[in-house]
Design a protein around this ligand. Structure first.
Ligand SMILES: Cc1ncc(COP(=O)(O)O)c(C=O)c1O
Length: 487
């Protein structure tokens, strides 16, 4: 572990190519079905990529959540899992890994990241509470508002620019944070939330210096600091790449510096440790006791929290593997390659390249579509249609309506193409870029979408839509003209 493993490999040709430092030992066959079938699949799925089935999907880039490739050691650990309702040795191994990697002694297990958000919100959010944060995640906002709370997002202006060279777009705006606390009053603010590798603005990290500044404000006003560590590994990797003070640091050093500043750390293990599950951890016994009774109520007994013991074993091993820079660098390096190659071909992408996925600026590509017709959702549907690649809309469709039922239009209309750890090959990434370039060149053929079924909460998961015109047929005709009988 540590610095000696941070291998940089140069090519004689001078090309900047990310090199896989793993080999494939188990494979899954993929399906690239004809474009006519892809249109049928879209209709069946309500023009929502969440409605598609993997039998109709070539590259599944909807998320990295729960689909990162697992290591041989994780799979081996799953075989020795200790099945016990209470006092399982598997849980003790997870506890030890949490203490070693995240530096927190007390662990509350939960079945996934949003379950942690439910427990934390249930324990600390009262009607009217305000939670300042760098930016929301969909499930975080849904849980805080469910318990009557509100949020305020305090990024710097630079974060809202899709093209930027700012290395830390996930930084909290410190001046605004202090002003917001003074305006609202400390008693109404149960905690400040920082999200590592801010998901919804393009997987953008915060710096250690910024977190130190947030911690100072938290101390000054006596407010708890909660860290969403779901994408902590990649945030730490980018700190090593981009923050001068940490250029020679190890992953373990950066991670412990970050988690050491938080009163509560929670995570989705679907992301953090390439497995499925989650946890909340702290060194403060009082905080632990405040949330402890909620685990058996919502999740399961305190030594499994709704998870299978096999997954608990995989989390324990996966947490240690997060400290391996040669493992954690693979996804951000592939994303960087994807983003830079797409930009070379004229596709507008969010920069600098972040983590978890590449983000296409659908607002720019679909300038001809009003936000009322969900440009990012339309682009996601169009891209699946012409490539068989499933991405995720991250724009107004992913937003929830305000308390009066009005649309709240997103700051950015993005298509996220997730690059789970160690899943795709470089030729597949080249295919992704090729089809993106084609769609961008034919962008005027993309039309809008409208809801035909809109659920009241987290509507982007189950919502059903349809095209506002016959644009899908026109897009298919152009695809056929350019690609002939190629899939
Ligand atoms: C930053 C962040 N927080 C929380 C969650 C919720 O985690 P889960 O999907 O495990 O419920 C996610 C999931 O993508 C996430 O990216």
């Amino acid at each position: 572990m540590g610095k000696e493993n941070a291998i940089k490999i140069k090519f004689y040709s001078g090309e900047n190519i990310p090199l896989e430092l793993h080999k494939v030992r188990i494979v899954q066959k993929l399906n690239l079905v004809p474009i006519e079938r892809r249109l049928e699949a879209l209709k069946e799925g309500g023009f929502n990529t969440f409605g598609l089935k993997t039998t109709d999907i070539f590259l599944d880039m909807i998320t990295d959540s729960g689909v990162n490739a697992m290591s041989d050691n994780q799979l081996a650990a799953m075989m020795r899992a200790d099945d016990a309702y209470a006092g399982s040795q598997s849980f003790m191994r997870m506890q030890k890994a949490v203490e070693d990697v995240l530096g927190k002694k007390h662990l509350l297990p939960v079945h996934q990241g949003r379950a942690a958000e439910n427990i934390i919100s249930c324990a600390y959010i009262k009607k009217g509470s305000l939670v300042p944060m760098n930016y929301h995640f969909t499930t975080t906002l849904a849980h805080i508002t469910q318990y009557g709370g509100r949020i305020v997002e305090l990024l710097y202006d630079e974060a809202y620019k899709t093209t930027s060279t700012h290395p830390f777009k996930g930084n909290m705006n410190i001046e605004k944070l202090e002003a917001e606390i003074q305006r609202e009053g400390v008693s109404n603010i149960p905690f400040i939330r920082m999200e590592a590798s801010t998901n919804l603005i393009g997987g953008q990290p915060f710096s250690v210096q910024n977190l130190r500044d947030v911690r100072k404000i938290a101390d000054k006003y006596g407010i708890r600091l909660v860290l969403d560590a779901s994408l902590l590994g990649e945030n730490a990797y980018l700190i090593i790449q981009r923050e001068e003070e940490f250029k020679d640091a190890t992953m373990a050093e950066v991670i412990s510096e970050i988690t050491g500043m938080a009163d509560i750390v929670y995570f989705s293990a679907r992301k953090l440790s390439s497995s499925r599950g989650g946890g909340i951890c702290t060194n403060d016994v009082k905080i632990y006791r405040e949330m402890e009774p909620l685990i058996p109520l919502f999740e399961g007994f305190l030594t499994y929290g709704g998870m299978s013991v096999r997954e608990i074993e995989a989390i324990a091993v996966g947490l240690y593997e997060t400290l391996d820079e040669t493992m954690i660098c693979q996804s951000p390096q592939f994303i960087e390659y994807l983003v830079n190659s797409a930009i070379e071909k004229g596709v507008p992408m969010v920069t600098p390249p972040g983590v978890l996925g590449a983000h296409v600026n659908a607002m720019e590509i679909c300038k001809h579509l009003p936000q009322t017709q969900y440009p990012a959702g339309a682009f996601a549907a169009a891209y699946y249609l012409i490539s068989g690649v499933r991405g995720m809309e991250r724009g107004s469709l992913s937003n929830q309506r305000d308390e009066y039922g009005n649309e709240t239009y997103a700051d950015m209309e993005l298509l996220r193409l997730a690059v789970p750890r160690r899943v795709f090959t470089l030729s597949q990434i080249k295919y992704v870029v090729d089809r993106l370039a084609w769609l961008n060149d034919n962008r005027e053929l993309i039309g809008g979408l409208k809801f035909v079924y809109e659920p009241p909460v987290l509507r982007f998961f189950m919502g059903r839509l349809e095209p506002v015109s016959d644009w899908t047929e026109k897009l298919i005709a152009k695809f056929k003209a350019d690609f002939g009988d190629s899939l």
